[in-house]
Design a protein. Structure first.
Length: 219
């Protein structure tokens, strides 16, 4: 029987949208497909899955409890409220910065003004807060989308955010990462690493869950 059978698995997925005014926002290219594939694969292993989803166009895998959010602040609130869990997998591409003020009316062009400065403030780091929570899940897994020096940045995040495992994927290249059906992940933990893929996201999700099960058994 799977180690995940009966375990509570909490997954975050998709982008966040940070509103600038009633019609504009700052978003990113995350489709949410990796997180949804992980949620579906975890259900198939008998886990109880809660999926906190940013704005995506995907249907909910059968058996998954889905909570829809829009902003990084809402995602933080939803994820922290969904604890405790045995495993947290943070696949969401959470905005690192959000506008300090949301304009109540659509921002207008001003004649003679050729630049616009938006003041952004840092969002709260959900992954680090989950890893530091009193009800810390047994295994906290993060994702790191990078365009270069993938492994170096990923190892840095593993340590800085005090998480157990990080899945790094190279983005910005064709057939990989955001907006793609396929993915390649370099999964790193303190004393090891493994490459998953290139393969479709469901196969990569199965590989990641295998590694999570191994860590839960051995750690
Ligand atoms: O530091 P960076 O944003 O590159 O780290 C990516 C990882 O951190 C992802 O797992 C993402 O879900 C998580 N993250 C988060 N909250 C933030 C920013 C990133 O949980 N505010």
């Amino acid at each position: 029987m799977s180690t995940l059978h009966g375990r509570r698995v909490l997954v975050s997925a998709g982008p966040t949208f940070e509103d600038i005014d009633p019609v504009r926002f700052i978003g990113n290219r995350s489709s949410g497909r990796m997180g949804f594939a992980i949620a579906e694969a975890a259900i198939a292993r008998g886990a109880q899955v809660t999926l906190v989803a940013g704005p995506v166009h995907l249907s909910t895998p059968s058996g998954v409890q889905r909570i829809d959010v829009r902003s990084a602040a809402q995602m933080h609130e939803a994820v922290m409220s969904a604890l405790p869990a045995d495993v947290y997998i943070g696949t969401a591409a959470v905005a690192d910065f959000t506008p300090q003020h949301v304009a109540g009316h659509k921002l207008k062009k001003v004649p003679g003004q050729d630049t616009l400065v938006l003041e952004l403030v840092k969002t709260r780091d959900i992954l680090a807060d989950v890893a530091g929570a009193e009800t810390r899940p047994r295994l906290v897994v993060g994702f790191a989308a990078e365009t270069c020096d993938v492994e170096t940045y990923a190892r840095g995040k593993l340590a800085a955010k005090r998480i157990d495992m990080i899945a790094a994927n190279r983005v910005g290249i064709a057939g990989c990462g955001f907006e793609s059906d396929d993915n390649t992940l370099d999964v790193l933990w303190t004393d090891g690493q493994r490459r998953l893929g290139p393969d479709n996201k469901r196969a990569v999700a199965e590989g990641l869950l295998d590694l999570i099960e191994e860590r839960m058994t051995n750690a």
